[in-house]
Design a protein around this ligand. Structure first.
Ligand code: HEM
Length: 544
């Protein structure tokens, strides 16, 4: 047997470490019916059913968005022809950039969780009034002058926006751009008074509680067409559909990307959003290796499993390194200057009665705000490593599950697929049957820890240091929610580490396991203390 070596946090050594581990017969019983095949069939059915006629903005009200609107039925045979049989879920190897009939967001091995095409950055002439309003909207405009939000004139300016009828728009790229743009207008409109008050007093006060029909009706129309909630989302609007390449021939890298729609125009807002994009630009690799790992676990192929999982580790390592650049690209002291506009209307004191969408429904709507919690990279890791099912059964975990409904339809389906497949193929159990696989599994969970731990630091340094506001933009309690997940990750590391038979590990691997489990122990203790202290300083932390 070849020697196996695992070095702490070193992708290259992880890669070499995985070769030729002895294959053990797994006790895993494969489920007779493949849920994944059912999912695939369902996905293909959905994408190929002819579309239902959409409501005209002036006709019947669309109803409360508390029920997820029906996904727009795209006509396509492309999915069947071009998606790779993984097997189980149609994943695009080719992002099909010329295709304007399938959704902009489809999981792919190249584009990962980013849109298939770069976002449409300027609206067609037909929507000139909307484009102009958005150009004039930010606090600081490109030329340095004050925009409508800084002057407190945005709400008034919205009155002259015509009520566009979007019922005939079918092009998926245009629909995505219109959705992004209407969600920007809606959030700026609803939160403008909060921003004005916050800049004066440090309090948010109340937001506007009625969204006028010239914004509400087209927003709901476009949201229904793309299967989203009629409110600003992370992937579909603020973060992943909001970048423009400066040099089209160059990559999705820092320095080559600018924003399409800022709220503040502050360089730190650019840094905040673009850091998400550059991280997610690695997600195609993550998808590919997640699928390999799942497949290998199903086939009890130890070598392929170790290889796939090691690549998952090295890809998360890259993503985490990219995340670390946030400290320089977006300054902690600037975050609250643009954060107001990405707040939600659910579980937010500024919207105690939600928001009425005029011309749509008499019932108020409540939506979580934009949040990285709606990114799919960490949920994919949670599902692959079966961390989701280890989360405690409590209201905080219910929030985590609710967040998973705030994302492109195809991402949500994919996450569900990964969760189910990992359970079926018993990924954790398969890893734990071999000490060296278990060490790689531990390293993978450690990457999720690395992400969540840095993220907890961001939250303390960018938010809690500057405000006692009890809830985050997504409506989760600021002190208790993130630690709910981080603590689960730390506990899992302690459990996995404790089960590893160290005698079967090479000295280097033993050192790795020792370091990772000891660090998890120490961090768990520190986290408990921090949360206990912060709960005394910030109110309402049990309210979800
Ligand atoms: C200055 C930087 C950041 C701050 C202050 C911050 C803040 C937060 C907060 C407060 C939450 C709680 C959920 C809520 O909004 O209600 C959250 C969740 C989350 N954010 Fe961020 N975030 C930052 C950057 C990022 C980046 C770059 C990513 C990368 C994709 C990201 C991904 C996530 C994820 C995955 C969650 C859910 C965490 C979990 O499942 O435990 N965040 N963020």
């Amino acid at each position: 047997m070849m020697r196996q070596t695992l070095r702490l946090q070193t992708a290259a050594s992880l890669k070499t470490a995985l070769k030729h581990a002895p294959t053990k017969t797994s006790t895993v019983a494969l489920a007779a019916i493949s849920h994944s095949l059912r999912l695939q069939a369902q996905a293909i059915r959905e994408y190929s059913t002819p579309s239902a006629p959409s409501a005209s903005p002036t006709s019947t009200p669309t109803g409360s968005s508390n029920t997820q609107p029906k996904y727009r039925q795209f006509h396509t045979s492309d999915i069947q022809n071009q998606a790779r049989e993984v097997p189980g879920f149609p994943i695009l190897d080719d992002p099909l950039v010329q295709n304007h009939s399938i959704p902009s967001f489809m999981v792919g091995t190249q584009n990962g969780f980013l849109p298939r095409q770069d976002p449409l950055d300027v609206l067609p002439k037909e929507y000139e009034a909307l484009e102009e309003l958005l150009q004039k909207m930010p606090l600081t405009l490109k030329d340095g002058s004050k925009g409508l939000l800084a002057l407190g004139q945005f709400g008034e300016a919205c009155k002259s926006l015509p009520q566009y009828d979007l019922s005939n728009v079918e092009d998926s790229e245009l629909l995505s751009a219109l959705y992004r743009d209407y969600t920007f207008v809606a959030s700026a409109y609803l939160l403008e008074p909060c921003d004005i008050l916050y800049r004066k007093t440090g309090d948010y006060g109340l937001g506007r509680s009625v969204l006028p029909k010239n914004i509400a009706v087209p927003l709901v129309q476009v949201a229904e067409k793309i299967g989203a909630k009629p409110f600003m989302e992370y992937a579909l609007s603020y973060a992943l559909y909001n970048y423009r390449r400066i040099d089209k021939s160059k990559g999705l890298v820092w320095g080559n990307l600018e924003l399409i729609r800022p709220f503040s125009g502050d360089p730190s807002e650019l840094g905040f959003i673009i850091s998400h994009v550059t991280m997610v630009s690695n997600s195609g690799e993550l998808v590919k290796n997640t699928m390999k790992t799942l497949d290998a676990a199903g086939k009890h192929n130890r070598e392929a499993f170790n290889e796939g999982l090691a690549k998952v580790v090295s890809t998360y390592e890259k993503i985490n390194q990219e995340m670390d650049t946030m400290w320089q690209r977006s300054l902690p002291a600037d975050y609250l200057k643009f954060r107001t506009f990405i707040m939600g209307t659910k579980n937010q004191p500024m919207f105690p009665k939600g928001v009425i969408y005029e011309g749509v429904s008499e019932e108020p709507m409540f939506h979580r705000g934009e949040s990285g919690a709606n990114d799919s990279m960490v949920p994919m890791g949670d599902n692959l490593l079966q961390l989701t099912e280890s989360m405690p059964s409590n209201p905080l975990t219910a929030v985590l599950k609710d967040f998973r409904t705030y994302r492109p339809h195809n991402h949500a389906e994919f996450l569900e697929f990964v969760e189910e497949k990992a359970r079926q193929n018993q990924v954790r159990n398969f890893a734990e049957q071999d000490p060296n696989s278990a060490a790689i599994f531990l390293a993978a969970v450690d990457q999720i820890r690395n992400f969540r731990n840095r993220h907890w630091s961001f939250t303390k340094e960018y938010i809690i240091k500057y405000t006692k506001h009890p809830v985050a933009t997504g409506g989760s309690p600021i002190v208790t929610w993130l630690p709910n997940q981080l603590a689960t990750v730390l506990r899992t590391m302690q459990e996995v580490g404790a089960k590893i038979d160290e005698r079967a590990l090479l000295p280097e691997n033993k050192a790795l396991v020792d370091v990772l489990t000891k660090r998890a122990d120490a961090q768990a203790r520190v986290l408990d203390r921090e949360v206990a202290q912060l709960r005394t300083e910030i109110k309402d932390q049990d309210k979800v």
